[in-house]
Design a protein. Structure first.
Length: 343
């Protein structure tokens, strides 16, 4: 059974409110309809109500059990504007600018999440990441003891269950930091491992990837960065409440292929068994994720944003309705206590 099907079954017992800022997008509306039909929770579409209703009527999408909110007509707008003004006034934001800002769908949805009026947020279907991500980071604080925000792309290779956790691989960071340093990579590794454990209950086996494996000559800064990040991640892992395996720097074949790991004499708990892959930079992660998705025919979900205090995800503008729905399922599962989720 795929990860999304498993999480959907679990989420039916613990339904969640997921807010979608791109509420007038027909793919988002279809995803929200599926979320509601499967009784996974209450979808919230942000946008002009009349436009949403007209699109739904034209495409025969039922809006039953789906909440519609137009920010400029919401009773919460003034309250959200005051909150945002207090957060950002030291950066020169005026009260008028705060009101204009939070009336935008992405900001309004982020403020709903910050005020616990939604349990999770899925955005990006109609907005570039460069515009969507700032709304999230400006409205929500980071998690306690976390300094680095990043993102996770989940690859679901349903017909290749020998890889990852029954075919699910967690890839990071594929959307936020262009060139993280060693300490940031260590935090990314721990955040991604925590998500993998929360969603699956399985031991995260984290591989910090490079073009070399356990190099003895680390003259290349990109290699030494991954080696240093591995040491730091192992130190951070000592404070965790769940089991975890970490190895690096290692090549991708060593991380994923037991035969390659054996031939290269790597015998860690991660070698050939990795389910969490940490990339050196955004170039390598984004390229690898898109190539695998297209060439291997797998599904990809996310980007799931990590490091912030509430569950949220940014989908690609090229996402299908199913991609958006599946990402909402993951976000809803994140918002569910792990013990309840896996019970």
């Amino acid at each position: 059974m795929s990860l999304i099907n498993k999480l959907s079954q679990q989420l039916q017992r613990h339904p969640k409110r997921i807010v979608f800022p791109d509420g007038t997008d027909h793919r988002v509306m279809q995803a929200a309809r599926q979320f509601a039909t499967k009784r996974l929770g209450a979808p919230i579409l942000i946008g002009e109500r009349q436009k949403i209703k007209e699109t739904a009527l034209r495409l025969d999408i039922s809006l039953t059990n789906i909440r519609l909110i137009n920010p400029v007509r919401s009773e919460e707008l003034d309250s959200f504007a005051q909150q945002y003004f207090k957060k950002r006034k030291e950066r020169g934001v005026t009260e008028k600018e705060a009101l204009e800002t939070v009336s935008k769908p992405n900001y309004f949805a982020s403020m709903m999440l910050a005020n616990s009026q939604a349990d999770g947020l899925v955005f990006g279907a109609g907005t570039p990441a460069s515009e969507a991500l700032p709304s999230l980071f400006r409205c929500l604080p980071m998690r306690d003891n976390v300094k680095t925000a990043s993102s996770v792309l989940i690859l679901d290779l349903e017909n290749r269950e020998e890889f990852g956790i029954n075919g699910s691989l967690f890839l990071s960071d594929c959307a936020v930091l262009p060139d993280p340093n060693a300490n940031q990579l260590a935090e990314i590794a721990i955040s991604t491992a925590s998500m993998a454990y929360h969603l699956t209950g399985e031991t995260p086996r984290v591989a910090l990837l490079s073009y070399s494996t356990h190099s003895t000559s680390q003259s290349d800064p990109s290699v030494s960065k991954m080696s240093e990040a591995t040491v730091l991640a192992i130190e951070k892992a000592r404070e965790l409440y769940f089991p975890i395996e970490i190895d690096g720097e290692v090549q991708a074949d060593v991380a994923l292929d037991k035969y390659a790991a054996k031939q290269k004499e790597v015998s860690s708990g991660v070698a050939g068994r990795a389910n969490v892959l940490i990339f050196p930079n955004l170039h390598s992660s984004n390229i690898a994720a898109k190539m695998v998705t297209i060439l291997a025919g797998g599904d990809s979900y996310g980007q799931i944003v990590t490091g912030i205090s509430k569950p949220a995800a940014q989908v690609s503008r090229g996402s299908s309705a199913h991609d958006i729905f599946a990402t909402a399922v993951i976000v809803g599962a994140q918002a569910t206590d792990r013990e309840l989720l896996l019970a």
